[in-house]
Design a protein around this ligand. Structure first.
Ligand code: TYM
Length: 338
């Protein structure tokens, strides 16, 4: 048994506690976390240090960290099987991030599309953390020697940079880091805005563009009813020419665990009203149990906090192993063993 645990590969992923989580986060990331948890050693982080690259209200941030942890668990992640913890509770993230900063080029960071988008959105606060954000993400992943990183399509560029940094470091010091692969779900690695379906669904857009995991039923009904479609009236999967309809089909397929083909054939010949009704029912069926479990967990903050604390210790033990190896390789003086 112990051997089996040892032989399992490692997964690492994270979500920012910077706003309400959407069904984009659920379909692109969370759903896959839950699907993968039996076959891997999984580490799922609440990346609060990433969140402060944009100004946050302190009380809100504290609450949202617990909310994201509760969402992980409400989506089916078992905190005994998986390590669920807050990034800021394990100091190795910041320490490795600094070291990796010295192995990352300005030009690489300047090319990051998320940096360019966020810098445009927060022109009054283009801080250095926003710029080096992807290096902290690389540190998150490499600290745990992760083999696989389940993420949505928008994080692909950051993962590629992580691989480049790992390979660069390994090229100098030998095989220190596992070079991670991305895991992208077959369906829904890019869920689009309900109002502008050529853009990614994002929690920072106006409220009717996204469905929050914790949205009440009436809001979900209203938002899907108003979702932008097109005028040709045919239910067909064609993201380029029919982005709105294709997005609803992806949401249905992902949330009902079926393929796009099955979903299209089920709805073929019907109107957009039926498509939206069906989408609404599937979304509600998926979110209802998650919302109920989330409410239960949030009512017991002491339990949530104890989970985060215990899990941070487990994470810290793994992270420290990698960090010490890295520090030794680059020539930091030996430290007293405790
Ligand atoms: P974040 O917090 O923006 O999003 C969390 C996860 O949700 C995915 N996602 C989506 N997937 C499909 N469609 C969408 N519309 C959509 N919106 C978001 C994201 O791709 C992500 O997987 N930098 C990361 C957090 C992070 C991280 C890490 C991830 C920090 N360190 C280490 C993996 C490994 C971020 O901002 O995700």
């Amino acid at each position: 048994m112990e051997n089996q645990v040892q032989q399992k590969k490692t997964i690492f992923s994270g979500i920012q506690p910077s706003g309400t989580l959407t069904i984009g986060n659920y379909i692109g990331a969370l759903r896959n976390f839950a699907l993968l948890q039996d076959d891997y050693n999984c580490i799922y982080c609440v990346v609060d240090m990433h969140a402060i690259t944009v100004r946050q209200d302190a009380a809100q941030l504290r609450k949202r960290c617990l909310e994201v942890a509760a969402t992980y668990m409400a989506c089916g992640l078992d905190p005994k099987k998986n390590i669920i913890y807050c990034q800021s509770h394990v100091s190795g993230h910041a320490e490795l991030s600094w070291i990796l900063n010295c192995f990352t080029y300005m030009g690489e960071l300047q090319r990051m599309t998320q940096y360019k988008d966020k810098a445009a959105k927060h022109a009054d606060n283009i801080n250095a953390g926003l710029f080096t954000y992807p290096v902290l993400m690389a540190a998150d992943i490499l600290l745990y020697q992760a083999d696989l990183v389940p993420i949505g399509a928008d994080q692909k560029q950051h993962l590629e940079l992580t691989r480049d940094i790992a390979q660069r470091f390994n090229g100098v010091y030998g095989d220190v880091f596992t070079v991670p692969e991305g895991y992208f779900g077959k369906i829904g690695s890019r869920i689009m805005s309900l109002q502008e379906p050529t853009r990614k669904m994002s929690k920072s857009d106006p409220d009717d563009c996204y469905i929050a995991i914790l949205d009440p039923e009436d809001a979900i009904r209203r938002k899907i009813k108003r979702a932008v479609t097109d005028s040709d009236g045919e239910i067909r999967f064609d993201p380029e020419n029919k982005p709105g309809v294709s997005n609803l089909l992806s949401i249905i397929a992902a949330m009902s665990n079926s393929s796009i083909e099955e979903t299209v054939s089920k709805l073929q010949g019907q109107g957009y009203g039926s498509l939206k009704n069906y989408c609404t029912e599937v979304v509600l069926d998926t979110l209802r149990p998650i919302q109920a479990e989330h409410a239960k967990l949030m009512a017991d903050k002491a339990y949530l906090q104890s989970v985060l604390m215990e899990n941070a210790e487990r994470a810290n033990a793994i992270a420290t192993r990698t960090l010490r190896k890295v520090q030794k390789k680059i020539g930091f003086a030996e430290r007293i063993k405790k």
